[in-house]
Design a protein. Structure first.
Length: 270
């Protein structure tokens, strides 16, 4: 779909996107690139990264991929430092890496719970922590900029009510939202960094949706759908990310922007 934004709204900015090789992370990466940013993507699977980078470059986007797992301290340090070494600055960090599977709480091992917390929540914190030195006001590469950069954390709406078979992800995403607000407060005040979240509802053509078919989940709950979920597109999330990361969002800090067409209002706990 055609973008409603000017093509240069993030021109000259450098964005690092975890989970940028596929799904929502890739769409955010692509739209940042199409609107003028240089992009670095981090992911666990080299083959995904390689094909994502070639596809970005074929669009004329300055792109590089770094293999790494957000659960690993050394990987996080290496990827953040390599992004800076390659592009000379980091303006935007997007935490889109996530892990997920559908499982009943009684069948989920504590290690399974911890695995998703480690990827989603601790991974997000780790990347924020590593990137701080480059994104903060006055950091290396920011000599031409008067302020700090910005961070976007991708969460979900699962935890606004209760979602079947998603106890681990609901907890992880709720913690991400809490972290977004705390970082917005501390780093907004101290370092002029804006930290915001995006909470997608069910989004078509994503790994998340293919694992969590909402129609199937409703059938599991009640035997019949109580309302018709309208799926969003990855594009919707990318446009929200562009808005928040660009100067259009310069006065927005600590917000979790729900992008779900109003779906979560209909999802009361049973
Ligand atoms: C129960 C499971 C399980 C499953 C893993 N575990 N899969 N338990 N059901 N289907 C448990 C294992 O038994 C183990 O615990 C622990 O989790 C670690 O498993 P590993 O396989 O060793 O972990 P790992 O290889 O690191 O894989 C991570 C993963 C994986 C999260 C488990 O599925 C993954 O990375 N998936 C791809 C990423 C993904 O799905 N992205 C989409 C996110 S969508 P024990 O006790 O046995 O040692 C999203 C949107 C949310 O986030 C909102 C949707 C609406």
């Amino acid at each position: 779909m055609e973008s409603p934004f000017k093509v240069d709204i993030v021109k000259g900015k450098v964005a690092l996107i975890t989970g940028g090789g596929s799904g929502i992370g890739f769409e955010i990466t692509k739209e940042f690139g199409r609107h003028g940013a240089s992009v670095a993507i981090m992911g666990r699977r080299k083959s995904h990264l390689d094909s994502a980078v070639s596809s970005l470059r074929s669009l004329g986007i300055q792109a590089i991929g770094f293999v790494g797992d957000v659960r690993n301290n050394e990987d996080a340090t290496r990827v953040v430092d390599s992004t800076f070494a390659h592009f000379g600055r980091i303006d935007i960090l997007v935490n889109a890496a996530a892990g997920n599977f559908l499982v009943a709480a009684e069948d989920l091992s504590p290690n399974g719970f911890k695995t998703v917390m480690d990827i989603d929540t601790v991974g997000t914190f780790r990347m924020c922590h590593e990137a701080l030195k480059y994104i903060k006001k006055g950091g290396p590469g920011r000599e031409d900029t008067s302020g700090g950069g910005t961070i976007l954390n991708v969460s979900a709406t699962l935890h606004y009510s209760a979602t079947w078979y998603q106890i681990h992800v609901s907890a992880a995403k709720a913690a991400i939202d809490a972290m977004t607000r705390s970082l917005a407060l501390e780093w907004g005040t101290d370092y002029d960094i804006r930290v915001n979240g995006i909470a997608p509802g069910p989004i078509d053509d994503t790994p998340g949706l293919s694992k969590l078919d909402p129609h199937e989940m409703k059938t599991i709950q009640s035997g019949a759908p109580t309302h018709q979920t309208i799926l969003g597109e990855k594009w919707d999330i990318a446009m929200a990310a562009l808005y928040l990361a660009s100067d259009a969002g310069k006065h927005i800090n600590g917000t979790i922007l729900v992008v779900d067409g109003g779906d979560w209002f209909n999802r009361a706990p049973h």
